[in-house]
Design a protein around this ligand. Structure first.
Ligand SMILES: [Fe+2]
Length: 135
């Protein structure tokens, strides 16, 4: 069973963004699998690096739409993105220093954050994005 599983309740009703969220969920699962299987530091570092790049790409997508549709919650939303990117960067720094992800703690933070962010914060732009023709 995946560590975090996509369900329709995660859908913001915009395919491009749902697909990106699915990819992020897949990355967290991949990291979880690597941790459980005691994969080496290089494997974990590679996944984290990929995640860091993808998170930045994904946040840019959401922020681009929020900004062009003059979304009122833009600033607060962007602050949440910065916090998450900092968490992932911190995990990367730990691995760069030679540590392994041996505990479930840092991963559960990423998982819970993503879940809460999609269900609580992302969901709020769904109607506006749909009304601007994004589906
Ligand atoms: Fe977001």
């Amino acid at each position: 069973m995946p560590y975090i599983e996509w369900s329709d309740s995660f859908s913001v009703k915009v395919k491009e963004i749902d697909d990106q969220h699915k990819k992020l969920i897949g990355m967290i699962n991949k990291l979880h699998d690597a941790m459980l299987a005691n994969r080496g530091r290089e494997v974990q570092a590679e996944i984290i690096f990929e995640m860091l790049e993808y998170v930045s790409y994904h946040f840019t997508t959401e922020e681009k739409y929020m900004s062009s549709f003059a979304y009122p919650g833009y600033e607060a939303h962007k602050r949440e993105h910065l916090e998450f990117a900092a968490e992932v960067a911190d995990l990367k720094a730990r691995i760069d220093r030679g540590a392994l992800i041996l505990s479930i703690m840092p991963l559960s933070l990423l998982r819970d954050w993503l879940q809460n962010h999609i269900l609580g914060t992302d969901m709020k732009y769904s109607d506006l994005f749909n009304s601007k023709g994004l589906k």
